[in-house]
Design a protein around this ligand. Structure first.
Ligand SMILES: OCc1cccc(Br)n1
Length: 446
């Protein structure tokens, strides 16, 4: 409860006597570890970010979808040793069902596409902005939740789909004032690994696991990578070839090593050609070491990074042509990306690109004496019906308090309901920027 005072705000205090001690239940007022509250200032920034996510999705003709934050655990159980699996926020519910807070949105999207089946006409272009969870040991003090913007194209086997998705991310970043000097995209294809594994007759069943191991190449010593690959059943010769290929940073070099007969080189050449036509060539570069950490990718993969090298990946995505069929659905090609709401804010802060977002209310309406409270409510309603925002002063407050509040909420106008004016069907309007004050008839108020 607030204790009013003349300073134009309220202090948190106890108007009523403290509850009896046995009712006292002192709670931790902080949010659970790894999670965030969004007080108004932070919520304005989040809404601004999400508005831009959704505006770009609209520009690209995508439809919004959403799914439950809670899914069956089985949706995320894959045997490839992914980090996302180790950090699954899962539990048994009161019905003894194994459930999980979603760590990503793509499996839910695949589930919905299969559920809708033949009623859907392909291609689908769907987007979602949803909270995703992981149970991370807090030793690293990292977040356990973030909001992800996902864009997915379902039913298009051509690389034009991936090119379109990267174009949508570049469009988004440009809207925020970020340039190709700030952010780049490392692009590769998992078909590179596939072609190498095939040359060494390594079974397809190992493909996902090998990708997950290789995704750790920047995070753990190379000897550990080699040992994990060996334990997974990859021959020493194949491991050497894999590591050698992963260091390639030019498509020309890749073609020299792999030849031009395979799909990997063809897909990547087409993507870079499309990037030129979309006008974002300066944003992307080939980097064979990019595999991404999700087992289900099967083709092109990409990752947005900050060129300053200080932040974690800004976004990531790729083609996942087998995911729907592994869930029992038809063999439908698909690709998509996830873009988190946290790293981008760190980047905007670093670049001085955070927007100035303040509370803005058009009117503050105040009764000049207690007997005019109902009149003030009438005035507020008239303005609101006309689409004007109104902060209605709800208690008896001195004018000094009202002016302070008007300044704090950036009100454009102060509407004063006084007795003599009200008797004549008028109210007093003060334009706070200029100080100009005039009376106006109630039915002319707008
Ligand atoms: O990007 C991986 C991820 C998934 C869920 C929650 C958070 Br925080 N991070």
């Amino acid at each position: 409860s607030l204790t009013p005072n003349a300073t134009g705000g309220g202090r948190i205090g106890a108007l009523s006597p403290a509850p009896a001690t046995d009712d006292l239940q002192k709670v931790d007022v902080n949010p659970p570890k790894g999670t965030r509250d969004f007080p108004p200032e932070d919520m304005r920034l989040r809404n601004w970010l999400f508005y831009n996510f959704k505006e770009v999705s609209r520009l690209f003709g995508f439809e919004e979808v959403d799914f439950p934050v809670l899914e069956t655990e089985a949706l995320f159980i894959r045997k490839a040793g992914e980090e996302i699996r180790d950090q699954l926020y899962c539990f048994e519910d009161r019905g003894n069902r194994r459930v999980a807070l979603r760590p990503e949105l793509t499996p839910s999207l695949a589930r919905l596409v299969i559920q809708k089946g033949k009623s859907l006409s392909l291609p689908l272009k769907w987007f979602a902005v949803g909270q995703c969870w992981r149970y991370e040991r807090m030793t690293r003090g990292r977040r356990r939740e973030h909001y992800q913007w996902n864009m997915d194209i379902i039913g298009v086997p051509e690389v034009t789909a991936e090119a379109e998705l990267i174009s949508s991310i570049v469009t988004f970043l440009k809207r925020l004032g970020i340039t190709a000097s700030d952010v780049g995209f490392k692009v590769s294809s998992r078909k590179v690994l596939q072609e190498v594994l095939r040359r060494y007759s390594i079974p397809e069943s190992l493909f996902g696991k090998v990708c997950i191991i290789i995704d750790k190449i920047e995070k753990i010593p190379v000897d550990d990578i080699k040992n994990e690959l060996k334990s997974a059943g990859v021959s020493e010769e194949a491991i050497e070839q894999l590591l050698q290929i992963l260091s390639i940073k030019s498509l020309t070099k890749l073609e020299e090593v792999l030849g031009d007969a395979g799909e990997a080189v063809a897909d990547l050449k087409q993507l870079f050609s499309l990037a030129d036509k979309f006008g974002y060539s300066e944003w992307i570069q080939f980097d064979a070491s990019i595999v991404r950490g999700l087992a289900y990718y099967t083709g092109i993969v990409f990752e947005g990074f900050d060129r300053g090298g200080k932040l974690r990946a800004i976004c990531g995505g790729g083609r996942y042509d087998r995911l729907l069929s592994t869930f029992g659905g038809d063999d439908i090609p698909a690709c998509g990306f996830g873009f988190g709401d946290a790293v981008i804010v760190e980047l905007l802060k670093e670049k001085g690109l955070l927007p100035e977002l303040s509370l803005q209310v058009e009117n503050i309406v105040c009764a000049l004496d207690p007997g005019l409270k109902e009149a003030a409510a009438t005035v507020a309603t008239i303005l609101r019906v006309k689409g004007q925002s109104v902060d209605l002063v709800l208690e008896n407050k001195p004018l000094k308090w009202v002016f302070k509040r008007a300044a704090r909420i950036n009100a454009n106008r102060l509407i004063l309901v006084g007795d003599s004016e009200w008797q004549r069907g008028m109210v007093s309007v003060k334009v706070l920027s200029s100080g100009e004050q005039h009376e106006i008839k109630l039915d002319e108020l707008e």
